[in-house]
Design a protein around this ligand. Structure first.
Ligand code: DGT
Ligand code: MG
Ligand code: MG
Ligand code: MG
Ligand code: MG
Length: 260
C-alpha cells in the first residue's frame, strides 16, 4: 500500500482546535474594498446594493450553519458568533475559517447580479478572516458593541466627509476640516451646513445589520378533525437595531439559551 510509506506526512499537521466552552467569533472583512468599491462605483458613503449583498451572503451562512446564533455586519465586514457549545468541525480553527470565508465569497459572487443588475462584476472579491475565542458573555457583548460603535463612528465621519466633498471642496480639504473633531462637532456641522439631522438617517447605515434567530410559533388547524396544533420554527431575523444597550439582550436571550 502506497499509504504506509507516505502517510507519516499527516503527522506534520498541527492541531488548531479552539478552546472548549468559549464563544467563537469569525470575522470576515473585504480585501482592499476601498479600491473594490471605487471600481464598482459604490454610492458614497453607503451603497444600499452593497450592504444588501453582504447581508444576503451572511444570511445564507446562517442558514448553512445552525450553530451561528447571531451575526453582525457593517461596511465590508461581518462577524459570526458560534454558540460556545459548538462542535462544528471539532472546533478546528482553520477548517471553520476557511469554510466560512470561501462560502461567504461564493455567495457574494453568486448573488452579485441580483443586487447589482446594472453593474458588471469587474474584479473577483476576496475576504480575509480571523477567529477569536471569547470566554464570557460580557466579552461577547463587548465584542459586538465594539463593532457597532465602530459602525457609528465611521458612519458619522463618512456622512460628514462626503457631504463636504459633494459641496465642492477637495477630499484633502474635507479630511483637514474633520481632523480632531468630536462627535458633537460633526453632528453640528451636518445640521448647520447641510440641514441634516444625523439621527434621522437610515438605521441600516447608523447601526449596521443584526441577524439572529427567533422562535416562531405556527398554528395549523387540521381540515378533517379541526384540531389545532402549534409547531415552533426558528426564523432568521434581519434588523438594524442597537445591540449595545440591554434592551436587545433582554428581549432576545440568545446568549443564555441552552443549545444541547
Ligand atoms: P483591507 O480591509 O485592509 O484589505 O482594506 P479595505 O480597503 O477593505 O479597508 P477597510 O476594510 O478598513 O474599509 C472598508 C472600505 O470599503 C472603505 O474604504 C470604504 C469601503 N466601503 C464599504 N462599504 C461601502 C459603501 O457602502 N460605499 C462606499 N462608497 N464604500 C464602501
Ligand atoms: Mg483593514
Ligand atoms: Mg476591508
Ligand atoms: Mg472593513
Ligand atoms: Mg475533503
Amino acid at each position: 500500500m502506497a499509504n504506509t510509506q507516505f502517510q507519516y506526512v499527516k503527522k506534520f499537521e498541527q492541531d488548531d482546535s479552539l478552546l472548549l466552552n468559549t464563544w467563537l467569533v469569525v470575522r470576515i472583512d473585504g480585501r482592499s474594498f476601498h479600491k473594490f468599491s471605487q471600481i464598482h462605483s459604490f454610492e458614497k458613503p453607503n451603497d444600499k446594493r452593497a450592504i444588501g449583498l453582504m447581508n444576503q451572503a451572511a444570511k445564507q451562512i446562517m442558514e448553512e450553519f445552525g450553530d451561528v446564533i447571531i451575526a453582525y455586519g457593517q461596511s465590508d465586514e461581518y462577524s459570526f458568533v458560534l454558540h460556545k457549545s459548538t462542535t462544528l468541525y471539532s472546533r478546528r480553527a482553520s477548517k471553520i475559517l476557511s469554510t466560512f470565508v470561501s462560502l461567504f465569497t461564493g455567495y457574494y459572487i453568486y448573488n452579485w447580479k441580483n443586487f447589482f443588475p446594472d453593474q458588471e462584476l469587474k474584479e473577483i472579491p476576496s475576504f480575509d478572516s480571523r477567529i477569536i475565542c471569547y470566554p464570557s458573555k460580557k466579552n461577547i457583548r463587548d465584542y459586538l458593541s465594539w463593532r457597532q460603535a465602530d459602525c457609528h463612528i465611521n458612519s458619522l465621519y463618512n456622512t460628514c466627509f462626503w457631504c463636504l466633498v459633494k459641496s465642492g471642496i477637495s477630499e484633502k480639504e474635507a479630511t483637514e476640516q474633520l481632523r480632531g473633531t468630536f462627535s458633537n462637532d460633526k453632528n453640528e456641522l451636518l445640521f448647520s451646513k447641510f440641514g441634516i439631522n444625523y439621527n434621522d438617517l437610515p438605521q441600516i447605515n447608523r447601526k449596521g445589520t443584526v441577524l439572529y434567530r427567533k422562535i416562531e410559533e405556527i398554528e395549523t388547524i387540521r381540515n378533517d378533525t379541526n384540531q389545532k396544533s402549534i409547531s415552533k420554527k426558528k426564523k432568521i431575523i434581519m434588523d438594524h437595531i442597537d445591540i449595545i444597550s440591554e434592551k436587545f439582550w433582554k428581549e432576545n436571550p440568545i446568549l443564555t439559551e441552552k443549545r444541547r
